[in-house]
Design a protein around this ligand. Structure first.
Ligand code: RB5
Length: 141
């Protein structure tokens, strides 16, 4: 069973819990918070998620805030992280195939629950294509 790191701010809390429940039969989660709807600062949780991957607690992760933007910016400040904010399954497929994204960012206030589940499914099940993309991905770090 794959272990996935997961983090959110207050805007992403409900979606984080829904994803954990939906994928509980296939994934285990390292949940680095936040753990309520109380207002918090998304940079702290983007940093916690990045650290959990850098520390080897999980190879991949999901970050969620209201838009997916702030928390993905925070996670992407670490060279080990390639976080992609996806609003549809095509973005999720292409960022796995071309960017070897290791973190999926979601905007809980922008997408519906079923769309979010489909994006997670696609992110999990799409392989990196390598080849011509290796040189470009290496230049990201
Ligand atoms: C919090 O209100 C909101 O700013 C945050 O969830 C996120 O959308 C920031 O990018």
């Amino acid at each position: 069973m794959e272990t996935l790191a997961i983090a959110c701010d207050h805007g992403g809390y409900d979606l984080k819990e829904a994803i954990k429940e939906r994928f509980a039969d296939r994934l285990s989660f390292v949940d680095v918070g936040t753990n309520s709807r109380d207002s918090v600062d998304y940079p702290e949780f983007g940093q916690k998620l990045a650290q959990s991957i850098i520390n080897g607690e999980a190879e991949r992760g999901i970050v969620i805030c209201g838009t997916g933007i702030g928390i993905s910016i925070a996670a992407n400040r670490y060279k080990e992280i390639r976080a992609a904010n996806c609003t549809d399954v095509t973005m999720a497929r292409l960022t796995r195939q071309h960017n070897n994204a290791n973190v999926l960012a979601l905007g809980a206030r922008l997408i519906g629950l079923e769309v979010a589940f489909d994006i997670v499914e696609t992110f999990l099940n799409t392989e990196y294509e390598g080849g011509r993309h290796d040189r470009r991905v290496e230049k990201l770090s």
